[in-house]
Design a protein around this ligand. Structure first.
Ligand code: GTP
Ligand code: MG
Length: 479
């Protein structure tokens, strides 16, 4: 019971951080392992691009969840990186939003009541299947009676947190920011996330009493009874990636310019930071067996799903958010291994998108494009930071490099700084590729057993623009 409480508190605490991070989120509602965040109608956040929004929120949530774990479970190690799936539900009017919230809270009620009965039955000695059988097709009233008669539990008296879920919205509060020289508190008005529990979050009594809700999201005009099935279908709708195409999920660090400054990454390339990115990508390939290849440079990584992938039934939001949030939580989890002497100052986040490529050749063109970008950026950045380190201002260095071609940049490096560009570490010049080695076939007592061993995940800094890499490794993309 305590663990459930703590797990919920960690979910709630992470959600409060999300609300404070994204000013356009007005309201949040959650229970169990899910949370809904409501953006204001007028939000222009990331030009309202769904994949950016859903991935960023899931990514930031995952980062905070991992970062805060120790606060809630000081004695328990976080054994593996959690991931969260997310989606954007567009509500065309405040009535639709009201129905959405009613739907989620109904689910909370139903799930919690079922789970309470189920676990009481199991604790009283029933097997899992027996407990399931007892509860099959039971109505709300019957479950309440079962709890009361068998276990003396009055469902209504169980904690609100479990029965009703948690609501979060921002309230203006006076917060002490510091003390002046006389020791008097200096206060500032801040919008802080506060928790509220309510029996009926979609009721007009609750909603229309909160100015911070109806001002940005609109008034509810009447209480609703039954939720329109059309609305539920709308809420459940999922966009799918085109079948039998190569899907690439590309993630990119959000505001990593600032993140690398705050964490004093070496310029232009911080080897440890790149190795951490690579380690996360390796973890992604181990976690998602449908991902066969990944290519990364700077703060971005592209993950290629095999053409036949049925991961999450090809639902794009789920794929994007699961990959992005898993990558992010691994990043936070492994930070200390790569930066043992650097504290993670704030949780990083990544955004994600998915694009389908219809043919093998177009997919290879895409990957080549990313490696060309790596070349161009790395060469420019190497020159730029050498010029800055040699005493030029940033503007002077920019002007100096304007319009220069590859050859001229190489000459500049060699002439002025004695650097042979091609002798710089491959990880900087080529980026990083992650892929599975050819699946080995298990041999038992000298006989091929027919079992396939899971292919080991390899990391390399190879040239993926030229076709020879792909010709030498045809198994990677099963082509
Ligand atoms: P958005 O992606 O639009 O949110 O902005 P961003 O600041 O992340 O910029 P962008 O993705 O275009 O570029 C990545 C940025 O991350 C670079 O401009 C660098 O500032 C920073 N960065 C990435 N890798 C390194 C590194 O190894 N060392 C340093 N010093 N900075 C890095
Ligand atoms: Mg970025």
């Amino acid at each position: 019971m305590v663990v459930i409480f703590l797990a919920l508190s960690l979910m709630n605490s992470s959600s409060a951080a999300v609300l404070e991070e994204f000013p356009d989120i007005i309201f949040a509602y959650g229970y169990s392992d899910e949370y809904s965040f409501v953006f204001k109608k007028t939000s222009r956040f990331y030009q309202r691009r769904a994949s950016k929004i859903l991935s960023l929120v899931a990514s930031f949530f995952a980062a905070v969840y991992v970062a805060k774990w120790k606060e809630f479970f000081p004695q328990k190690k976080l054994e593996y990186a959690p991931s969260f799936t997310s989606k954007v539900v567009s509500c065309a009017s405040v009535e639709v939003l009201q129905a959405y919230l009613a739907w989620r809270q109904l689910d909370c009620h139903a799930n919690n009541q079922y789970d309470t009965c189920f676990w009481m039955l199991v604790k009283s000695g029933k097997s899992i299947s027996e407990a399931q059988e007892v509860l099959k097709d039971t109505q709300k009233q019957q479950k309440n009676e079962l709890l009361f008669q068998n276990f003396g539990i009055n469902y209504k008296t169980l904690p609100e947190l479990f029965r009703q879920g948690s609501c979060l919205f921002k309230k203006k509060v006076d917060e002490t920011v510091k003390h002046d020289e006389n020791g008097n508190p200096v206060k500032r008005l801040r919008r802080k996330a506060v928790f509220v529990h309510s029996e009926n979050i979609s009721g007009i009594n609750f909603w229309n009493e909160q100015p911070s809700l109806y001002n940005d999201l609109g008034h509810f005009t009447k209480d609703i009874g039954k939720i329109e099935p059309d609305f539920i279908r709308l809420f459940q709708f999922e966009n799918k990636l085109l079948p039998l195409t190569w899907a690439v999920v590309r993630i990119d660090g959000c505001h990593f310019h600032r993140f690398s400054d705050v964490h004093e990454f070496e310029k232009p390339n911080d080897e440890q930071a790149l190795k951490l990115m690579n380690s996360c990508a390796v973890a992604v390939l181990k976690e998602f067996e449908n991902i066969h290849f990944a290519y990364g440079v700077s703060d971005e990584y592209s993950f290629v799903l095999k053409k036949e992938s049925e991961l999450y039934k090809r639902q794009s939001s789920k794929i994007i958010s699961a990959v992005t949030s898993f990558f992010t939580s691994t990043y936070v989890l492994q930070w200390g291994e790569f930066f043992p002497h650097k504290e993670l100052k704030y949780p990083p986040s990544f955004d994600g998108r998915a694009v389908c490529y219809p043919t093998y050749n177009i997919l290879l063109d895409y990957l080549a494009w990313r490696q060309v970008d790596c070349h161009i950026n790395n060469q420019y950045n190497t020159c730029f930071w050498m010029l800055v380190k040699s005493g030029k201002t940033k503007t002077q260095s920019q002007d100096y490099l304007k319009g220069t071609q590859t050859r001229e940049k190489n000459e500049l490096l060699s002439r002025q700084f004695g650097i042979e560009y091609n002798s710089l570490p491959q990880i900087f010049r080529m980026g990083s590729s992650v892929f599975r080695l050819k699946e080995a076939v298990a041999v038992e007592n000298g006989v091929v057993s027919g079992k396939k061993l899971e292919g080991e995940v390899a990391l390399d800094h190879c040239n993926i623009i030229e076709r020879c890499f792909w010709e030498e490794h045809p198994h990677i993309l099963n082509y």
